[in-house]
Design a protein around this ligand. Structure first.
Ligand code: ADP
Ligand code: MG
Length: 215
């Protein structure tokens, strides 16, 4: 075992969800502000409720094996059941798909493919294309960056940091876009000039992932 290249396992998965819950708690008001500008102002409270419940669902949870899968599948199921709005089913299905792809502890390449499966789940359910000003606009570049870093041989911490940076840039890049999916699309041209709330929360999730793998 090479101790310089830790694997993404159930312990890191639980740390990720707890870090994500803390980030959502801290940024709840900002997410709500963004959603007030081009949606109905509930994205912060939706995710707060969901990730609080996801965190609680992991208290005392004993995953059957060392893989990250059980933790993330449980998180996805919790998000689907606790979050109304578009983001609950989208993130819930995504986490379930990521979890299903991680039965064993994973290196950067396997983690990238699992997160790609999460993106597929989001796209199958929401039917958004890149450029539609949604979660997809942050999740897509994050997966691409993680894949590229993994292919270049980067360890987990470095690969997830690249993914977080790409997700953050992807979220920033939604500002000039016109929304074509979700509530913001009702605004048409008036949705331009605002950062998408869902792309912003996706960036928070990837930053939380990078933070816990760096420890
Ligand atoms: P709601 O829009 O039902 O109020 P939220 O406010 O929780 O739900 O989430 C809004 C976010 O969901 C948007 O900012 C957007 O990023 C994302 N979203 C909406 N529809 C889709 C879709 N079809 N595919 C991907 N993401 C979407
Ligand atoms: Mg909303």
């Amino acid at each position: 075992m090479d101790f310089d290249t830790p694997l993404f396992d159930s312990t890191l998965a639980e740390a990720w969800i707890r870090a994500a819950a803390a980030a959502v708690e801290k940024e709840q008001d900002r997410l709500t502000e963004l959603d007030s500008a081009i949606g109905d102002g509930d994205h912060g409270s939706n995710l707060r409720r969901g990730f609080d419940a996801a965190r609680t669902a992991l208290d005392g949870f004993q995953p059957a094996g060392p893989g990250a899968g059980a933790v993330l599948t449980r998180t996805g199921t919790t998000l689907v059941s606790k979050v109304g709005g578009a983001s609950g089913p989208l993130y819930g299905k995504a986490f379930r798909a990521v979890g299903a792809a991680l039965p064993e502890p994973a290196g950067p390449a396997a983690l990238a493919e699992a997160l790609a499966a999460g993106l597929d789940a989001i796209r199958i359910l929401g039917k958004a294309e890149p450029g539609d000003k949604t979660i997809v606009d942050a999740w897509t570049p994050a997966v691409a960056a993680l894949r590229a870093a993994a292919a270049a041989g980067a360890p987990l911490a470095e690969a997830t940091a690249a993914a977080a940076e790409a997700a953050e840039q992807g979220a920033l890049d939604t500002v000039p876009l016109r929304a074509r999916k979700g509530r913001a699309s009702y605004l048409g041209e008036r949705s331009t000039g605002h950062q998408d709330p869902g792309a912003t929360s996706t960036a928070l999730l990837f930053r939380a992932l990078a933070d816990v793998t760096r420890r």
